[in-house]
Design a protein around this ligand. Structure first.
Ligand SMILES: [Fe+2]
Length: 253
């Protein structure tokens, strides 16, 4: 992480880039040697999973790695807080990141691709670690800022229900096939950090070949409805579904 402090002007220009282009990039977030360490972690993780899709959720799951350090980095959290405050107008109370190491390969990797969704968190940052260099590259695909930040958890849930069904998913896939210009498509480079409005943007990743590997470290910041009592009641009663909706335990990007 080469960026220890950001000036207000730098934070503002990141926000402007996300607003105008759909995303911003911090090049060279991971140094070549850090990237090598993390690629070794990915190789071990994927091998242990039988060379199929695997996601490690939370900071402890990647203890002893750079991802653990970055997930707890005050500088990183501070950067995310300033970016989010720049759009919501108020500082977030979130003191940490919600993170996942996501490895797409095999048949499971294909099943976990092309699932359009909104995140529960205002800011989503993705650090690609391994990306296929040829064939299907697993690009990030989005329609940026497609919805505003909702005032209530119930309204947010309605957005999600309207997208999380086979008809909407089929419509979006067809739209991408016929009208790919309607989407922002990002070919991510390993080691760079990509930032976008995960809550507001409808997004997914394109698939990779079964024998290819796409690994990303995903960090989320500021759960918009994290303190909603409806959200926590639903979490308890709906279990898995709601965990997926709220916790972003297994992000689909
Ligand atoms: Fe996502």
């Amino acid at each position: 992480m080469p960026y220890s402090t950001f000036s207000d002007a730098q934070v503002l220009s990141l926000i402007k880039a996300i607003d105008s282009d759909g995303y911003a990039v911090l090049p060279g977030w991971a140094s070549p040697s850090q990237l090598k360490d993390l690629q070794a972690l990915v190789s071990r993780t994927v091998a242990e999973a039988g060379n199929d899709y695997v996601a490690l959720s939370g900071r402890q799951a990647v203890a002893g790695s750079h991802l653990h350090d970055w997930g707890g980095s005050r500088e990183f959290v501070d950067l995310c807080r300033r970016i989010v405050a720049g759009v919501t107008g108020e500082p977030s109370a979130d003191t940490g990141m919600t993170q996942t190491l996501r490895c797409l390969t095999g048949n499971g990797g294909r099943r976990e691709s092309l699932i359009f969704h909104y995140d529960s968190f205002v800011l989503t940052t993705i650090l690609p670690l391994c990306m296929p260099e040829s064939g299907e590259r697993g690009d990030l695909l989005m329609i940026p800022s497609r919805r505003p930040i909702r005032g209530s958890y119930a309204r947010n849930l309605l957005d999600k229900v309207l997208v999380d069904n086979k008809w909407a998913q089929r419509y979006l896939k067809n739209k991408f096939s016929n009208e790919s210009d309607a989407f922002t498509r990002i070919s991510m480079q390993p080691g760079h950090m990509y930032l976008f409005w995960g809550y507001r943007s409808l997004h997914t990743n394109l698939p990779v070949a079964e024998d290819a590997l796409r690994a990303t470290a995903v960090f989320h910041y500021h759960n918009v409805h994290g303190s909603s009592s409806l959200a926590s009641r639903l979490r308890k009663s709906l279990g898995t579904l709601e965990e997926q909706e709220m916790g972003e335990d297994v992000p689909q990007t």
